[in-house]
Write a protein that binds this ligand. Sequence first.
Ligand SMILES: [Zn+2]
Length: 149
Amino acid sequence: MKCAVCSREARGFGYFNSALRRSDPRRYSDRWVFCSMRCMNAFSKVMERLTSVQEDAVIDPSDLELAAMRAALAPLGDYVSTIGMDRPLADYRKEEVLRLVEVVVDAYQAHMLDEHERMAAKERAFFEQRLAAQPKPQPASGSNTRIPF
Ligand SMILES: [Zn+2]
């Protein structure tokens, strides 16, 4: 099994959406396994926020994966240019091919994790802002007898 966030080998960190009823099929997925506490926490923050904001909201994993693949293009290009742009892939040494794969996988994993953490942070900032913007509750003293509506 692969980590649902970064695609590294999962290590037994699971997740279920405690905001949903036990009978809800979206409460649990056997694909929600993770390599680390960091990935699990990033995922659960996003999921909990999405569920509480909008019941039907789901993360589209294919969009995230496509963006992560695109994020690998620049590092891939950088690496190929250090080898020589005009060298055919068939001429690469085995270590060079392995390094190429590593460059792509690292960029992909880093983007997936960054994106989950960014979504979680963005949602948190939004709700903190909303809370800060709410008027302070009026003190229940005799000096303030105005009816608030
Ligand atoms: Zn991970």
